[in-house]
Structures are given as structure tokens and as C-alpha cells.
Design a protein around this ligand. Structure first.
Ligand code: MIG
Length: 821
């Protein structure tokens, strides 16, 4: 039988596959299939390969589950690479260019190996796939059991608390308003059923368990060295991603679920929020103080108290008599306004409340099984809830933003979208609340809240994102969401919810943000200073701002009734330290923005655990290792004290030697450094082999920097840096209105060479000159040459730096620094 006929048979249906699996083929027979199905023990399993390095497994009792997904992009999900099929006894082998799948057709046990024969992921040897029929019409529950190699470490699942490495932990995925969560609270706000396994001996694996029901991942907690993945309903539908290292898996995950679109530049600035700046006067005073104290900032948030009776899409005419005027005045101060818009709509018929009236007229709200509207209590009192599983309802929701967009609001904040409900023990709506799925790729059908709960917040933020894009088609939307699901990075940034003002929460935030980044959510932050509890001590707030300055999203936010925690609270000495760190973030903006642009292409997060850059360091993710450290991009390593409140010296170990101290520029020849904590110093290190672009200080990204682009060069292996610039707010970059350029350096004999690659794109930069600072230079050079002309340079013996000023280098060019003999 020809390969072509064989795959055609598969497209036609499962029946033939079933017969083949039953009959068995001769050991040497080889065929190409684009999907393979086998049946045994009342189960049917389908194996396919959306890419050579990704295996998808679907299974069900008697029949396969619906082939649809909220997370995985249709183009990848519906693509099927051919797999070469051979069979030996009961074992079928399916081979892609990168992987070999072995399926025992009698037991349905599965093993996936890479082309070199290393195991990527293998089933545990019994009960590896169990589907338990639900009693009395309840859904089937499912459980997968996989082996956990002794040297493997596990990450992902978004911002679950606990140690960075999830091995030994067990987690439930069920979006929950977990206010005042602690380090042992689970579940939390988001459900991102994606894990990354990294072996000390090399090789990485990702598993996306694409099931929206209440589910769990148990990393050897209940059963030593066994990974359990299961759910209380829904499909067996999972993807195994194989990669030579963790970066490859993260990039493949981005191919499956998409990347975050490039954020507006201002989203990377300092954001000031609180629950709530309740009046126009109070909010203006904060804006004036930020500017008066010269604290660089880009965003001010309005929390629920700007609204009329907590009704989303209204404005209190007492608190904010002229919201458009307020937004415009803040704009003149180079501050953008982000408005909260919760999804619960007040049930207020005949009160001229447009979101209710138009929603009720169009039938957008969720219903009870008897067809009556579901009504629950939240901020506005009795509320109804849009059914975001319908495309038409998402369009209706998106339209609600028209007035705020026209009033000039820059971004929107989707809170409470787990969804959160008051006065009920479950904290959410009844599981039998009826959704109606009307979405391309899905069969139109009713779905229970049990199925839709975990994806509800993501669809809320999607509706917001898509609505904003429609209302302002050339503006990059900014949405901040609390709840989400795998793939939600396509629509919104996120934060870790209601943390507490403690040193422990500050420490927790590092593992939470690192794991969010590994789970697709590159734009993530935590409430700087802590949301709940008594206010932070001045020292805690200072350290939190220092660390937050190197986080992807940098937002100071806290609860109602709490003492204030803006950067000036605690006195001028603290404020001066905090200002210095916020300023440093603004100086680093070209580096941050180039990371954001990289993320939009590759999915690599801005904030990274050390092992993402140095996979052999994964062995050090346990206690006493480097789990309290993080990297911002590939080049900056931030090493706060493991016990933030302790004055005791601590040991920082660097991945290799030759790292530069970011603050002093001095090269460190040891791989271990003792740090004595000092409140004004957060230790940051630069990888040898980096070129970090910087800009002159501005008070907001709305200001064009005045002066020169700065390139800080730190010679070392594989030396490279990247520039990315565009207008920061529009989508013109998609049609060529951007500037991208790489700069490299290398040292040959006595010559250090800095090379400018060709520039891509047509965007005209804000600078005309470049100031180069080369670190780790031993002495004054013999000469510096650019295109055969000698260039002036200034050597600073104290800092061992060489300073060179060049005209902008838009084309390929080479600068040679010749050391004195
Ligand atoms: O029930 O909008 O996590 O950031 O300030 C609390 C008020 C509702 C919870 C969010 C928090 C926000 C608060 N919200």
C-alpha cells in the first residue's frame, strides 16, 4: 500500500487503523501515516505530530474527543506531519524527523524517544492512561501516569506558589480568587496546564495538557517519581514537546499557543496604582507628586471607585466629573490612564445602564439550566455575566469600550474574571451554569461552567483585546488580566493577584514570575510593595521597588484602607534609593524593549530563571541554589538575598566566571562572591559577552530621549547585543516602520572589534550619535579605528573603561580597538 493511500485512509476515519493495530504488521513493513489510531481495553488513542518535535495524543472511551482548542493555534493543531510506521509484535513505532513514538497496542503504553534514542517522556508501567466513567451522567475523569527521571526538574503551571522547581509538589488547576494567598495556597487565579521538564543530563520536555476542566499535576508527591496529570472531565488531549534544551521547548510552546504581541512601550514603564485613587483630586495629586519628585512613571491606574456604584463602564460623576479632561491632563504630564473594567454587569433593568440593557436585549448573559439568567453577587450587587464563549458576545463586550477609548484611556484592567463571586463558598458560579460555545473550530454546543470555568478569564481578556483592536485598529492594546488559561498571553499581561506586604511574598514573587514566563506569560508582575496586610516597612518597599525594576511589569499597587505605599512613602532617604532604581529601569529601556520584541517573535520570556540561559544550572534550582535569582534577558543576572530581611552576608554564585558588576562595571574573576546586604544595593551582574543598549534618562516613555544612544560593551564569549526601536504605540512596525540591529564584539590577539550589523527596517532613531563604553579594558589603547579613520577615545583607569563617541552606525561597520603593545 502506498504512503499516500495509507494517509488518505486515515483521514477517512479510524476503522481501518483499528483493524491494523489489531492485526499487526510484519516487522519490516514501513508506511507513512499522518495520524495513527489504536483501540484496546475500551479506549481509543490517536497519535499525531503537529511538528516533527511535537507529539499530540488524544484518547477517549469508545470515541475520540472533539478536535478543538482554546489554547492551541488552529494552524498547528490541524497540521499533521507524516510519521513512518513500523510494527514489531504489539509495538507500533511512529517516527518523525526528530522523534520516535512507541505505542504498545495491547496496553496503550507510550514512550517517546528522540532520534538519538534518549527518552523524552515515557508512561509509567501500569495504569498509564485511565478513563473512569462518571456516575449517573457525570463526566469521565481521566488520569495519565508518566515516569519522572531522577535527574529531572519541573517548572511551569504559571504562577503557582511554592519552590521554583515543582518536583515533589502537587497542584490543582481551578481559577480561584485567592485573596491573601500564602506560599501554600492552591489553586490560584490562573490555570496554565503547561509544564517544562529539564534533565540535568540534557534534554528538555514540555507537556501541554489541553483540558479546561478542573485538573491537576502531581510531580511525584503522591507517588514517588511518578507524574500524574488528570482532570475531573474533558478530553485526554495533550502535546509532548521535545527540545535539546529548555529554550527550544519554550519556543515550541510559543509556536503552539502563540506569543504575546509586542506591548506598547509605556507598559514597560513604572506604573502607579492603588485601590483606589478614588477622586479626581486624589489621582491628580499622585500624578503631580510623581512629576514633582521626579519619579519616572508612565501609568496611573483607576481602580473600582472611579465608577458609579461599582458598575462597570460607568463613571461616578461626583468622583470624576470630567474623566476625559482628567485623562487629557494626565496625558499632558506624559502619564497614561488605565481603567479597571470588571466583567460582572449590574442586573439593573430599566435604569438606563447600557451594558445591562444591550446585553439583555442581545441575550449575552449566562443562564441557569432552566433558562433563567444566572444572577450572582459581586461589587455592583446582583450581577449577570457575559458568555464569552460566543464570538458574538465577545464582540458585544469589545464594543462597550468605545466611550473609554474615545475618552483617551490607554489600557484596561480585567479583574475578578475567575470569575469571582461573593457570598458563596465555592467563590464562583455554579458548575451547571450554561455556556454556549459558538466559536470557529468548535461544534456549536452547550457547555457547562465546569468545562468553561478555567478558560473564562482568558476569553474575557480576549474579548477586551479584540474589542480594543477594533476600536483603534492602529494602536497596540494593553490589557491586564488576573485569570487566564494556556495561550492567554496572546491577549493580556497579568499579575499575581492579592499578595501580602511581607518579605516572604517578595521572595515568592521571583519563582512565581519566573514560572509565569516559562508558561507563556512574559508580561507579568506582582503588586510592588504587597497588596494586603499592614503596609510594608520602608525597607521592604525599597527592596521591592529595586527588584521590581527588573521585573517585566513594574506596578506599585495596594489594597483599600492600607497606608500609602507610593515611592515617596517612608521619607526622602528611602525615596532617593527607590528613584535611583526606577531611573535605572528607564535608562535600560532600550534593552528591555529589545527583549519584548524578541519575546513577540520567539516566546522567550523577559524574566528568566538562570537555567534557561545556562541549562546545566538546573541542578542548582533546589535549596541553597539559584532559585532566588533571576535573569532579565540573557545578559543581566539579579541576585537578591535569599532571606531579604537578614543582614547576614550571603554567597552569590555566578554561572561561570568573568561576570561584571552592573553598578561598578568591574569584572569579577571568581564564580562565587560574598555579598553583605545593603539596602541601597541590589546586586546585578552582567554576562561577559554582552552589549547593553541604554538611553538618557526620561521621566516617561512618552518623552523622546535627548542625547546619545549608549552601548555598554562587556567583552567575553559570544558577545552580542540587540537594538530594537519603533514608535512604541502603533502597529506601523508590522509594515516595516521599525529599526532592528545587532552589534557584536570579539577580541583577536590585541584587538577588540565591535561590529555593527546591517540595520533592518526604516524607522529613524532618536539619536545621532552613539557613546560606547567598553568595560574591562586594561589600559589606554594604541589607537581606535573606524573605517580607516582614527577615532578619539578616553580611557578611565579607575573603572577600566574606554569611552568612544561615534556617529550613528546605520550600516555594516567595524570599530577596531588596538591595545597598546
Ligand atoms: O475584591 O478592584 O486583585 O488588585 O485592587 C477585590 C479591587 C477586587 C482584586 C484585585 C485587586 C483590586 C481589587 N480587586
Amino acid at each position: 500500500m502506498s504512503a499516500a493511500r495509507h494517509s488518505l485512509a486515515w483521514v477517512a476515519g479510524a476503522a481501518l487503523a483499528f483493524i491494523w493495530a489489531q492485526r499487526g504488521l510484519a516487522a519490516d513493513s514501513s508506511n507513512s501515516v499522518d495520524r495513527y489510531r489504536a483501540s484496546a481495553q475500551g479506549l481509543i488513542v490517536e497519535i499525531s505530530a503537529p511538528r516533527d518535535d511535537v507529539i499530540r495524543v488524544r484518547a477517549g472511551r469508545d470515541r475520540l474527543p472533539e478536535d478543538a482548542s482554546w489554547a492551541v493555534l488552529p494552524a498547528v493543531r490541524t497540521h499533521h506531519q507524516n510519521m513512518a510506521l513500523t510494527q514489531t509484535g504489539p509495538t507500533v513505532q511512529l517516527r518523525t524527523a526528530a522523534l520516535i513514538v512507541r505505542l504498545n497496542t495491547a496496553t496503550l503504553e507510550l514512550e517517546i524517544d528522540d532520534a538519538a534514542g534518549h527518552v523524552v517522556l515515557a508512561d509509567a508501567s501500569r495504569r498509564s492512561l485511565v478513563i473512569t466513567p462518571g456516575a449517573a451522567g457525570a463526566p469521565d475523569s481521566i488520569e495519565l501516569r508518566k515516569k519522572m527521571p531522577a535527574d529531572a526538574h519541573y517548572f511551569g503551571l504559571g504562577d503557582k506558589t511554592g519552590p521554583l522547581d515543582r518536583r515533589g509538589g502537587a497542584f490543582t488547576l481551578w481559577n480561584t480568587d485567592a485573596s491573601q494567598f500564602s506560599e501554600s495556597t492552591d489553586p490560584l487565579y490562573k490555570s496554565i496546564p503547561f509544564m517544562l521538564g529539564v534533565a540535568e543530563t540534557g534534554g528538555s520536555v514540555g507537556v501541554l495538557f489541553d483540558n479546561t476542566w478542573r485538573s491537576h499535576f502531581d510531580f511525584g508527591k503522591s507517588e514517588r517519581d511518578t507524574l500524574l496529570i488528570g482532570a475531573e472531565g474533558g478530553p485526554v488531549d495533550y502535546y509532548v514537546l521535545a527540545g535539546a534544551g529548555p529554550k527550544a521547548v519554550i519556543e515550541t510552546y510559543a509556536e503552539l499557543t502563540g506569543t504575546a504581541p509586542l506591548a506598547p512601550l509605556w507598559a514597560l514603564g513604572f506604573q502607579q496604582s492603588r485601590y483606589s485613587y478614588a477622586t479626581d483630586a486624589e489621582a491628580r495629586a499622585i500624578a503631580r507628586r510623581l512629576r514633582g519628585d521626579r519619579i519616572p512613571a508612565d501609568v496611573l491606574y483607576l481602580d473600582i471607585d472611579y465608577q458609579d456604584r461599582n458598575r462597570p463602564f460607568t463613571v461616578s460623576s461626583q468622583a470624576f466629573p470630567d474623566l476625559p479632561g482628567f485623562i487629557a491632563d494626565l496625558g499632558a504630564m506624559h502619564l497614561r490612564t488605565v481603567l479597571i473594567t470588571d466583567l460582572h454587569i449590574a442586573r439593573a433593568p430599566d435604569e438606563h445602564y447600557a451594558p445591562y440593557d444591550s446585553g439583555a436585549a442581545q441575550g449575552v448573559f449566562l443562564e441557569r439550566p432552566d433558562g433563567s439568567p444566572y444572577v450572582g453577587k459581586v461589587w455592583p450587587g446582583d450581577s449577570v455575566f457575559p458568555d464569552f464563549s460566543r464570538t458574538s458576545v465577545r464582540e458585544w463586550w469589545g464594543g462597550l469600550y468605545a466611550d473609554f477609548v474615545h475618552a483617551g484611556a490607554a489600557g484596561f484592567w480585567n479583574d475578578m474574571n475567575e470569575p469571582a463571586l461573593f457570598d458563596v463558598r465555592s467563590k464562583t458560579m455554579p458548575l451547571d451554569t450554561v455556556h454556549r460555545i459558538e466559536e470557529a473550530g468548535f461544534e456549536p454546543r452547550q457547555a457547562s461552567h465546569a468545562e468553561m470555568h478555567n478558560v473564562y478569564g482568558m476569553l474575557n481578556s480576549r474579548a477586551t483585546y479584540e474589542g480594543l483592536l477594533k476600536l483603534a485598529p492602529d494602536r497596540r492594546p494593553f490589557v491586564l488580566t488576573r485569570a487566564s488559561y494556556a495561550g492567554g498571553q496572546r491577549y493580556a499581561a497579568t499579575w499575581t493577584g492579592d499578595n501580602t506586604s511581607t518579605w516572604n511574598h517578595l521572595r515568592l514573587s521571583i519563582a512565581m514570575l519566573n514560572n509565569l514566563g516559562l508558561s507563556g506569560f512574559a508580561y507579568a508582575g506582582d503588586d510592588i510593595g504587597g497588596f494586603s496586610g499592614p503596609g510594608p516597612s520602608p525597607e521592604l518597599l525599597t527592596r521591592w521597588i529595586e527588584i521590581g525594576a527588573f521585573n517585566p511589569i513594574f506596578r506599585d499597587h495596594c489594597e483599600k484602607g492600607k497606608t500609602a505605599q507610593e515611592p515617596w512613602v517612608g521619607g526622602p532617604i528611602q525615596e532617593a534609593i527607590r528613584r535611583r532604581y526606577i531611573e535605572e529601569r528607564y535608562r535600560l529601556m532600550p534593552y528591555l524593549y529589545a527583549l519584548a520584541e524578541e519575546n513577540s517573535r520567539t516566546g522567550l520570556p523577559l524574566m528568566r530563571p538562570v537555567f534557561l540561559e545556562f541549562p546545566q544550572q538546573v541542578a542548582r534550582t533546589g535549596p541553597g541554589g539559584n532559585a532566588d535569582q533571576f535573569m532579565l534577558g540573557p545578559d543581566l543576572l539579579v541576585t537578591p538575598a535569599p532571606i531579604g530581611e537578614s543582614p547576614d552576608p550571603y554567597l552569590v554564585s555566578l554561572p561561570g566566571s568573568g561576570w561584571y558588576d552592573y553598578w561598578t562595571g568591574v569584572r569579577q574573576n571568581l564564580a562565587e562572591v560574598t555579598e553583605t546586604p545593603r539596602l541601597d544595593r541590589l546586586p546585578v551582574w552582567v554576562r561577559p559577552g554582552s552589549i547593553i543598549p541604554r538611553e538618557p534618562l526620561v521621566q516617561s516613555t512618552a518623552e523622546l530621549p535627548r542625547g546619545n544612544l549608549q552601548l555598554w560593551v562587556y567583552p567575553g564569549p559570544d558577545c552580542v547585543g540587540h537594538l530594537y526601536v519603533d514608535d512604541g504605540v502603533s502597529l506601523a512596525y508590522r509594515s516595516g516602520d521599525y529599526l532592528r540591529q545587532s552589534i557584536r564584539c570579539r577580541t583577536e590577539e590585541n584587538v577588540t572589534i565591535v561590529e555593527f550589523d546591517a540595520r533592518e527596517g526604516r524607522y529613524q532613531p532618536w539619536w545621532h550619535e552613539i557613546e560606547l563604553t567598553v568595560h574591562g579594558v586594561a589600559g589606554s589603547p594604541r589607537r581606535v579605528v573606524l573605517a580607516e579613520h582614527t577615532v578619539a577615545s578616553r580611557f578611565d583607569a579607575k573603572t577600566q573603561t574606554l569611552h568612544i563617541r561615534l556617529p550613528d552606525q546605520p550600516g555594516v561597520s567595524q570599530l577596531r580597538i588596538e591595545a597598546a603593545p
